[in-house]
Design a protein around this ligand. Structure first.
Ligand SMILES: *[C@@H]1O[C@H](CO)[C@@H](O)[C@H](O)[C@H]1NC(C)=O
Ligand SMILES: [Zn+2]
Ligand SMILES: [Zn+2]
Length: 442
């Protein structure tokens, strides 16, 4: 290569890497971020989000059955003039705001409810018996539609495209995996996800860098013997005693085989067998979940759970089969927050809420299917506080008494908007290629 060519290569390299971190100065950025919160707190937008949230709350739909919720989302996107893809993963909707060109940054909301009967009487109580939004996914949809409205109003300022991901089946169905498999994240550079939390005060956020939520798996085992009269055990093969020994043996996987410094859980939560006081049943079904913070630990637990169940059952002359996808529940990987996105999040949250309102979230053995996104592209998942002591304490997620503090909605919408717009603004092509290089090297 001639000297002349080298000069251009070096010049190009210099221009690429020496570009300023952002076109706006820090005070301007902070002001824009605060402005987004004020916009989200405008009564008209709050009413819009509250209304959507209540409509979804009244008609909760379970995993992969979010047909009406999906229709509601599409109607709103149509009204806003936002193009979208549908169906993605059965009920999923993926909207696009901005230039339609790279860079692409995604924001995620989950749509599904739980098979729980709402316990509390109130004006917008679930109208579907046995189904309830008890995890706040109704609020997640409302916040992302609120964000969509703000983003669309500012679409000419966007320096790229915001991808709005409304996904099905977070609660055990692994909807995120289906979204990934549908190719929605191809060319997407980063993804953010919010979960409302009754643990943290309203106006605060909680998160951490690196592994943040455990990976999880589920198991169900049928332990079979031979039923008979409870007073003549010698003519039976008792699966109740065998299952009891299996459960005790499973407790040793964490206490005796795992590194005490590597957090893991094995819980048997389900035990079904027999019905009479004087009859030994033919079989017993047990089921539960296992959690860990690394792929290796999860795989080891899975292998050992199967071994312990089948071999321990055989000690009592029973046979056992183990199913790791009971009720269509799927394996969830560990949720890992990208380090660069953590820095980005800290900047945005400090400008919007003040750094004193950012909480370092402790590790949790809970799991989230957001992990599937963060496995394939840089991802970032955080908790958004909604506790307000003057309103009384809030029940935990998945409780029949779960209550959403609707004051949380503008915070979620504003954080979505700010995280995405500032991500696009700060985007540097070389940061993406460095992700690629490090991925290839690993
Ligand atoms: C907490 O609730 C009270 C009563 O509704 C309200 O006046 C106050 O603004 C709320 N606090 C926050 C931070 O939203
Ligand atoms: Zn949940
Ligand atoms: Zn949830």
């Amino acid at each position: 290569m001639g000297l002349f060519k080298w000069f251009f290569v070096l010049l190009a390299f210099h221009l690429f890497t020496a570009a300023p971190a952002a076109s706006s100065n820090p005070e301007e950025l902070a002001q824009i971020t605060l402005d987004f919160l004020n916009l989200a707190k405008e009564p008209e937008l709050v009413d819009y989000m509250v209304n959507i949230r209540r409509r979804i709350h009244e008609y909760p739909e379970l995993a992969f059955e979010e047909f009406e919720t999906s229709k509601l989302i599409r109607t709103e996107l149509d009204r806003l003039g936002i193009p979208y893809k549908h169906p993605v993963a059965i009920t999923g909707v993926v909207g696009y705001v901005g230039t339609g060109r790279p860079p692409f940054v995604a924001l995620r909301a989950d749509m599904d409810a739980l098979a729980i009967q709402e316990g509390r009487e109130w004006e917008h109580k679930s109208k579907v018996p046995g189904k309830m939004h008890a995890c706040g996914h109704d609020a997640h949809v409302a916040m992302l539609l609120g964000a969509a409205k703000i983003l669309q109003e500012h679409c000419h300022d966007l320096q790229g495209t915001v991808v709005l991901v409304f996904q099905p089946a977070e609660e055990g169905g692994g909807g995120a995996k289906h979204i990934v498999d549908a190719g929605v994240l191809e060319n997407v550079d980063a993804i953010f996800g919010i979960h409302v939390s009754p643990l943290y005060p309203i106006g605060t956020v909680a998160s951490r860098s690196g592994p943040t939520l455990a990976g999880s798996g589920f198991f169900e085992a049928v332990i079979s013997g031979k039923g008979g009269h409870a007073a003549i055990p010698q003519n039976t093969i008792d699966p109740v005693v065998a299952a009891s020994n299996v459960i005790v043996s499973l407790q040793h996987l964490v206490s005796r085989e795992a590194d005490p410094l590597d957090s893991q859980v094995v819980t048997v939560a389900k035990f079904e067998g027999g019905g009479a006081f004087n009859a030994i049943p033919d079989s017993v079904t047990i089921g539960g979940t296992f959690r860990a913070f690394s792929k290796e630990s999860l795989e080891r637990l899975k292998k050992r759970i199967e071994e312990v169940i089948t071999k321990q059952a055989s000690v009592q002359r029973c046979t056992a089969t183990v199913n790791f996808n009971p009720d269509k529940k799927t394996f969830y990987p560990v949720t890992v927050n990208n380090e660069d996105l953590h820095k980005h999040f800290l900047d945005v949250a400090a400008d919007m809420l003040g750094s004193q309102n950012i909480i370092e979230k402790p590790l949790s053995m809970g799991a989230e299917d957001f992990a599937f996104y963060a496995e394939v592209i840089p991802g970032y998942f955080f908790s958004l506080g909604m506790k307000n002591s003057t309103l009384g304490s809030l029940a935990s997620g998945h409780s029949p008494d779960y209550r959403l503090n609707e004051d949380v909605l503008p915070y979620g919408a504003a954080l979505h908007v700010s995280l995405a717009t500032r991500y696009l603004q700060n985007y540097r092509p070389e940061s993406k290629s460095s992700y690629k290089i490090s991925h290839d090297e690993l």
